[in-house]
Design a protein around this ligand. Structure first.
Ligand code: ZN
Length: 141
C-alpha cells in the first residue's frame, strides 16, 4: 500500500476552534481583549497583557509585514518534499500580533524583511484552510 504521507493537520482545541472555523470561511480571526483592547495571536484563554478572560474574536485585515523568515530547502518529512524550497516567516499583522506562516505566490528570492504581505487561504479540505501570506502587490485568487 502506498499512501501519500500526511502533513501535520491543525488540531482543534476549545481555544482554537473559532480560529479554525474562521479560516474555513477564509476569515483570519484574532482575539481582542474587551478590558485593555490588546489584539493577540495565537488564541488563548486569557489576555496576555491584563489576564482578563473577556476576549472577543475579531476579523483581522489580513495585512502585515514580514518580520523575519527562513527558506526551507530540505523538507522536514516526505510530506513536505514537493514544497521545497518554501518560506517560513514571522508576519507582524497590522493589528499588532505576530504569526508564523508560509509566504507563497512568489519566488523565495523575492522574500525580504519588511515586505508587505496579505493573507490567502490554502484549502486542504472543506473544513480545513491554512492561512498563508503572499506579497501585497499580487492579485489574490
Ligand atoms: Zn487585556
Amino acid at each position: 500500500m502506498s499512501e501519500k504521507p500526511m502533513k501535520s493537520w491543525p488540531e482543534r482545541t476549545p481555544e482554537t476552534a473559532a480560529y479554525w472555523a474562521g479560516c474555513a470561511r477564509h476569515e483570519l480571526l484574532i482575539q481582542r481583549c474587551l478590558v485593555c483592547g490588546l489584539h493577540q495571536f495565537y488564541p488563548r484563554l486569557l489576555c496576555t497583557a491584563c489576564s482578563a478572560r473577556t476576549l472577543e474574536w475579531v476579523r483581522a485585515a489580513g495585512r502585515g509585514v514580514i518580520k523575519s523568515f527562513t527558506i526551507v530547502r530540505r523538507a522536514v518529512s516526505e510530506a513536505y518534499a514537493p514544497d521545497v524550497p518554501y518560506v517560513v516567516a514571522l508576519i507582524e499583522l497590522e493589528e499588532g500580533p505576530t504569526m508564523m506562516s508560509n509566504v507563497v505566490g512568489c519566488d523565495v528570492g523575492e522574500v525580504r524583511i519588511g515586505l508587505p504581505v496579505q493573507v490567502v487561504f490554502d484549502d486542504w479540505s472543506k473544513d480545513v484552510s491554512i492561512p498563508k501570506f503572499t506579497p501585497a502587490d499580487r492579485p489574490v485568487a
